[in-house]
Design a protein around this ligand. Structure first.
Ligand code: FES
Length: 62
């Protein structure tokens, strides 16, 4: 599924760059281009950042 239509970036690509260290919309955009067009996907990118942070914290706590 595409997260960013403007740059044709899939959710799996965004999750991958977040796991690689991108921690804000700007760094995700620098890494894969998502969110660098119209900006309508920025809320979804923020949600993915939050989800990945939560997953990481759960994995650390386990
Ligand atoms: S849909 Fe991502 S920048 Fe437009």
């Amino acid at each position: 599924m595409f997260v960013c239509i403007c740059e044709r970036v899939r959710e799996c690509e965004v999750r991958s760059v977040i796991r690689a260290g991108a921690r804000c919309e700007e760094s995700v955009g620098e890494a894969c281009g998502a969110g660098t067009g119209c900006g309508s996907c920025l809320d979804r990118i923020c949600d993915l950042i939050d989800e990945e942070k939560t997953d990481t914290l759960v994995a650390i706590a386990a």
